[in-house]
Design a protein around this ligand. Structure first.
Ligand code: GAL
Length: 423
């Protein structure tokens, strides 16, 4: 995070503390009927997803009042810092968004979130969510959050009209990065941005898909449990590809977030964007048609693999309104909540009981892939590593963005793994 963003995040932290103390008068039991929900879905299509969820929550809970605690910044790039200072100051929101998987370990180890295992029993959620997902949610023998959705990270979005201009067939599935890179170079020669990208976290997102493409699912999984060597030649080759790809992107990336990078494709200023399928919501919001206005295929070299992440919601320890938190979690798990939210968000329901018959065409492909493909965990979105590990990776990737030193990037990634890998 640069200095301006840091200052902004600190300012937002102070403001949200003020907001929390200013709102919600305590009733006799010491609780309040306000439910502050902390997310990073502050703007655009992400906010539309949250709004859809809130509508269901309001209908289901006339006695509870939703309070929006969102802090802007894709992938929680600013929200996570704000959240950390609030948790450390003993000012938790009623619930906060966190990724299912390793990201939860930091909050669990710090004793900041409740184990919801009993609640899962009581509500029948163990039967409702797929077993594989429950396994990914389980940390230290407990389940600490309720999933609202499943997103896919390894999606290549493209503008067919731009590809046509460059003489490249649209909707092509590339079986390797090399074939794709050759096309990207052709596009660059036409004076068009081949691949759009934005700030640091989106670069980590691209890097994770390059690692997945070059290493394959098994060796990629090994990066998180220590069986694949971050210092080895396979990773070195992947980093060389990442370097090449970065040289084929827009150069003004630091000032942009994911909606800007996706918008470059929507507007025909760039040919491709690698982004999670929250981008689908942006295309839909602008009434674009899959196959005509845009295409979505697996990132080259990752066909048959679903790079998974799920957003989920927690119950903070000593939260301000446990009853309200439980009401929010009920909405998250409900079929109405899962359907309304995921339709608007580009993701697919985590719950097996939600009816997806009238979901859009892209989402139908994601549902199919989720059912058939090999599932791996996303790095940039908290499924594969702790927050601290991701923070160290992001720092190394950000540095690489300016110095382009591949050897230093690899050393940084080796150190990040050594410092953070679970015992
Ligand atoms: C992810 C999150 C998605 C989406 C994305 C971009 O981390 O899981 O729901 O919000 O960030 O902000």
């Amino acid at each position: 995070m640069n200095a301006t963003r840091k200052a902004l995040a600190a300012g937002l932290a102070a403001l949200s503390l003020l907001a929390v103390s200013a709102c919600g008068s305590d009733n006799e039991s010491g609780s309040t009927d306000e439910v502050e929900v902390f997310t990073w879905w502050a703007e655009g299509s992400e906010k539309a997803g949250l709004d859809a969820l809130v509508k269901v929550f309001d209908e289901q809970n006339p006695d509870q009042k939703f309070v929006n605690g969102a802090v802007a910044g894709g992938a929680g790039s600013d929200a996570k810092n704000v959240l950390q200072s609030r948790l450390q100051n003993g000012e938790p929101p009623a619930t906060f968004q966190a990724h299912a998987g390793a990201e939860l370990t930091d909050y669990i180890n710090a004793g900041q979130i409740e184990d919801l295992t009993d609640l899962y029993e009581e509500k029948g959620w163990n039967e409702q969510f797929p077993e594989g997902l429950l396994e990914r949610l389980t940390q230290d023998g407990g389940i600490y959050s309720v999933p609202s959705n499943i997103h896919r990270a390894n999606v290549l979005w493209a503008n067919p009209a731009v590809l046509e201009k460059a003489g490249i067939e649209a909707n092509k599935t590339y079986d390797s990065l090399d074939a794709w890179i050759a096309d990207l170079k052709k596009i660059k020669a036409k004076g068009i941005i081949p691949l759009s990208i934005a700030t640091d976290w989106t670069q980590v997102h691209l890097l994770e898909t390059v690692l997945l493409a070059d290493l394959g699912a098994e060796a990629y999984n090994g990066l998180w449990d220590g069986t694949t060597d971050w210092g080895g030649s396979e990773v070195e080759a992947a980093l060389a590809d990442y370097n090449t790809l970065l040289s084929l992107t827009n150069t003004d990336r630091q000032g942009l977030d994911w909606p800007d990078a996706t918008q470059l494709v929507i507007d025909g200023e760039a040919a491709f964007n690698v982004m999670g399928d929250w981008a689908e919501a942006a295309f839909q919001e602008q009434k674009k048609t899959l196959g005509t206005d845009y295409t979505a295929v697996p990132v080259p070299g990752t066909e048959g693999v679903f790079d998974f992440l799920a957003d989920s919601f927690t119950m903070p320890v000593d939260g301000p309104n446990p009853e309200g938190t439980e009401a929010w979690l009920d909405t998250i798990a409900s079929d109405e909540g899962q359907v309304a939210f995921n339709k608007a968000k580009g993701s697919i329901p985590a719950s097996t009981t939600a009816d997806t018959a009238d979901f859009g065409e892209y989402q139908q492909t994601a549902i199919k892939s989720w059912g058939e493909d090999e599932i791996v965990s996303s790095l940039a979105h908290g499924a594969a590593t702790s927050v601290n590990w991701l923070t160290d990776v992001t720092a190394a990737v950000a540095k690489f963005g300016s110095n382009k030193d591949v050897a230093e990037l690899q050393e940084g990634l080796v150190e990040a793994a050594e410092d953070n890998k679970p015992e």
